[in-house]
Design a protein around this ligand. Structure first.
Ligand SMILES: [Zn+2]
Length: 195
């Protein structure tokens, strides 16, 4: 396992201003969303849009957030090595409460386009929501998480990197396992949303 930096530089970016009714992450305003609200939103999206469209919507939401995070990462740890700079993604994801990540392997050569990694995500809130409302799933259920990871890695690496969830707590596995490779190296992918 790779050893991650402390969270101090990430947590110092958060600021609570309850007198103004605001929470800030640097200069961007944020809100807290409860597990109950996220459950309601996710279930309503599945009912109203259908499973495939709901999954796609959450994946794209995660992808956009991950891409934004990667831009911030370049400024946050500009002179650190690749692993420490890349760790901003999984650590920022943990800071938002979606679960915490261990980097099992990460091997990248940005000049040649090589990128491969395995990430273990523990205590995924999306898996927890699915298990509580639907029970064990036949397919991976962490749509926002895989979108975030793919958006972060793609923007950070400057090429399309897709993270597929090959094991998922929502399927009864002990942890969620994300496997990252360039999109061109995945066979049979017809859409970013395929997990
Ligand atoms: Zn999962």
């Amino acid at each position: 396992m790779k050893h991650l930096p402390t969270y101090a530089d990430l947590t110092s970016r958060l600021r609570f201003s309850p007198e103004q009714g605001r929470i800030w992450r640097d200069s961007e305003r944020c809100v807290l969303l409860s597990n109950s609200a996220l459950t309601m939103l996710r279930n309503a999206m599945v009912v109203q849009l259908g499973l495939a469209s709901a999954r796609q919507l959450f994946w794209e939401l995660g992808f956009a957030e991950g891409a934004r995070c990667a831009v911030e990462a370049k400024n946050l740890r500009p002179n650190r090595d690749f692993l420490e700079a890349f760790s901003v993604g999984p650590q920022a994801h943990a800071l938002t409460g979606f679960g915490w990540t261990e980097i099992e392997t990460l091997d990248s050569d940005l000049a040649s386009g090589h990128f491969e990694g395995r990430f273990l995500v523990h205590d995924s809130i999306e898996a927890g929501i699915h298990l509580a409302t639907e029970g064990i799933s036949a397919d991976p259920v962490c749509w926002l998480q895989t979108g975030f990871a793919s958006g972060f890695a793609s923007t950070f690496a400057g090429q399309s990197i897709i993270m597929r969830e090959i094991e998922c707590q929502g399927m009864g596995d002990p942890v969620c396992v994300l496997h990252a490779k360039p999109e061109s190296e995945w066979s049979g992918i017809v859409s970013h949303s395929v997990v």
